[in-house]
Ligand binder design. Structure first.
Ligand code: UDP
Ligand code: MG
Length: 324
């Protein structure tokens, strides 16, 4: 098979309040980049691209410092505000799309084993456009996190979204894949759901994830929000299920009405207090649920139709700013 030449790679790192670990992470990544270049897997123009997601600490100063020391090897984007992991990552990927052959996204705490970067790039050189890092072992997670993650992937699949099990945002994307990604204009971004829809040639590399050296930025609330974004951005199944439920309830109600009429006609009507209360309660709760759910989707439509920018780059170190 014909192999691609060594690509220009951007290691794309979203950073939010990472001052405590960023210097170490940067050093590790640059050293890794060196070995990749020596091994002929990455070209000499490859770089680490850090996106400061509106940090309140010294994150940007650290990135700027690293850029000063190695202007070709460390690039930076400073977002004007905290936009969240997914959008920060997207800003980096959109810069990579214009300047590099491929991008590999990785978290700043380097929990994801950078040892498999070689495998990512070997896959790329065989012509694969999207390589997913998949965790083969979740023993570094707490039981709660493991169960919620497991439940999340199954729920997503059940809801009809295409997801790669046990894959977070550790992945390689070719320029072609990034170009395709840029055609998805949604503001409610859930990259793990969008990327598998792109198609092209995809493959998987397994690795073991390390425990983090600091507190996670993903609180339970953020995780639930991400899960709900995932479901509601990719599936109208929840709404369809409510409509279906409404239909079933309607049929049951109709039969009940016939039954009550029948009882009345044979003159055996009893004061149906319990039935009445139960029906009212059940129906009103379903109605509220349905309205709430529809509201969620209308909210999504509202957020999308505003066409707000997903991120605003305040400053860029090296190269061009990311296209919106
Ligand atoms: N992150 C970000 N913006 C945010 C929150 C997090 O750019 O608002 C970055 C963070 O710096 C890290 C990555 O997203 O590089 C993942 O965050 P974290 O490691 O806390 O998540 P976890 O590994 O616990 O899922
Ligand atoms: Mg982490």
């Amino acid at each position: 098979m014909e192999e691609h030449p060594a690509p220009k790679v951007y290691l794309t790192v979203p950073c939010y309040n990472e001052a405590s670990i960023l210097r170490d992470s940067m050093r590790t990544l640059l050293a890794k980049l060196d070995t990749l270049q020596t091994a002929g897997l990455a070209s000499a123009e490859s770089a680490v691209l850090c996106i400061d997601d509106g940090s309140a600490d010294d994150t940007w100063a650290i990135i700027a410092d690293a850029h000063r020391q190695a202007p070709e090897r460390v690039l930076g984007i400073k977002l004007a505000a905290n936009c969240g992991h997914q959008k920060a990552l997207l800003a980096g990927l959109m810069k990579a799309k214009d300047e590099a052959d491929c991008a590999i996204s990785i978290d700043a705490d380097l929990q994801d084993d950078i040892g498999v970067l070689d495998d990512f790039l070997r896959e790329y050189r065989l012509g694969v456009d999207i390589v997913y890092g998949v965790r083969s072992d979740r023993s570094s997670d707490s039981l709660g996190k493991r169960l919620s993650a497991e439940g999340f992937y199954h729920f997503m699949a059940f809801m009809g979204a295409k997801v790669v099990f046990n894959h977070a945002d550790y992945r390689l994307m070719s320029r072609r894949a990034l170009q395709a990604l840029s055609e998805y204009p949604e503001v409610n971004l859930f990259l793990r759901g969008i990327v598998p829809m792109i198609g092209l040639r995809q493959s998987i590399v397994s690795y073991v994830r390390k425990p983090t050296a600091r507190k996670t930025h993903y609180t339970l609330k953020k995780m639930l929000m991400l899960a709900w974004d995932g479901v509601s951005s990719f599936s109208i199944r929840p709404i369809r299920m409510i409509s279906l439920l409404g239909l079933v309830i309607m049929v049951v109600n109709f039969l009940l009405i016939l039954w009550y009429l029948h009882i009345k006609w044979i003159g055996a009507a009893v004061p149906g207090w319990t039935t009445l209360v139960m029906l009212v309660l059940a129906l009103s709760s379903f109605q509220l649920l349905g309205i709430g759910l529809i509201g969620e989707y209308i909210g999504k439509v509202y957020l999308e139709v505003k066409r707000r920018p997903r991120y605003i780059a305040e400053d860029v170190l090296g190269g061009k700013p990311p296209t919106p």
